[in-house]
Design a binder for this molecule. Structure first.
Ligand code: CO8
Length: 263
């Protein structure tokens, strides 16, 4: 499928979505959200794709937020529709059975940080800046920021960030647990690609089960979370990959995971 506001590339089982509106610092307008939905559906349907990187075009921004020129024209009905489509996209990204890494190569603000937070984890360039500056526009985060950010950094830091609209440097964001790794800008894509390839070589079933178990368990109490893990562990044992992984260890060879989710 061809797109106007994003680029999708697939190489060596790794897909990359690049949000491609550099003149507007890759701001998320309704077309970007619609095209991201279609691209993520396409990626979900392709079992050969084993990991996804999401990044922004140019060297200045990952995504500087929702497109403010579109936001300014919204009424309550269209705002609800736009916010809902954004939320649906973030949930769709979270539900992908493959690892998704946000490659934050500059500003990740507002909807841009929210997009990054819906990925499995974030790698950031050393010159990146992250924040939820919506308060400066007289609005609040609308693509999940009040919820996902608070779950990651805790209630009080999320309050401070959202109430002040402050921006954190990549280094500060790493200290606060928002960013997993800070890398010199020129090495960012390579570092994220290397991690994506590492995960892409693991078994499909165990990658998906890891993601689902952490996602479903985190919002439950510990006992319920552990029950979710027990069931997911048992399900993994039914997979070809569990047989291959354990046999390979015992036979002192490298595993070759070829299992499928629909086996
Ligand atoms: N939307 C539209 N255009 C943008 C955006 C944006 N979010 N950010 C930057 N641009 C445009 C600028 O208007 C400018 O365009 P032009 O050259 O035509 O004037 C171009 O990108 C370059 O930007 P700057 O000249 O401002 O670059 P600076 O280096 O001076 O500043 C900043 C960079 C600090 C990132 C600055 O551009 C900025 O503050 N941007 C806005 C950041 C922001 O407020 N983001 C939050 C937006 S609201 C949001 O994300 C809500 C999400 C939930 C939506 C729910 C839907 C209902």
């Amino acid at each position: 499928m061809s797109y106007e506001t994003i680029e999708v590339n697939v190489a060596e089982a790794i897909a990359t979505i690049t949000i491609n509106r550099p003149k507007a610092l890759n701001a998320l307008n309704q077309q970007v959200i619609a095209e991201m939905h279609a691209a993520v559906d396409e990626i979900a349907a392709n079992e050969n794709i084993r990991a996804l990187l999401i990044t922004g075009a140019g060297d200045k921004a990952f995504v500087a937020g929702a497109d403010i020129s579109e936001l300014a024209k919204l009424n309550p009905v269209s705002a609800k529709h736009f916010a809902s489509r954004g939320h649906e996209l973030m949930f769709k990204i979270e539900a992908l059975p493959i690892a998704v890494i946000a490659v934050v190569n500059g500003f990740a603000l507002g909807g841009g940080l929210e997009l990054a937070l819906s990925c499995d984890f974030i790698y950031a360039a050393d010159n990146a800046k992250v924040g939820q500056p919506e308060i400066n526009l007289g609005i609040i985060p609308g693509f999940g920021g009040t919820q996902r950010l608070a779950r990651i950094v805790g209630r009080n830091l999320a309050r401070e960030m959202i109430l002040t609209g402050m921006m954190l440097s990549a280094e500060e964001a790493e200290k606060k647990g928002i960013v997993n790794r800070v890398v010199p800008a020129a090495e960012l894509m390579e570092a994220a690609g290397k991690t994506a390839k590492t995960i892409a070589r693991k078994g499909r079933v165990s990658v998906q089960a890891t993601k689902q178990t952490i996602a479903n368990g985190m919002d439950a109490d510990l006992e319920t979370g552990c029950k979710i893990e027990i069931n997911a562990f048992a399900l993994c044992m039914a997979s070809e990959d569990a047989k291959e992984g354990t046999s390979a260890f015992l036979e002192k060879r490298k595993p070759e995971f070829k299992g499928k989710l629909n086996q």
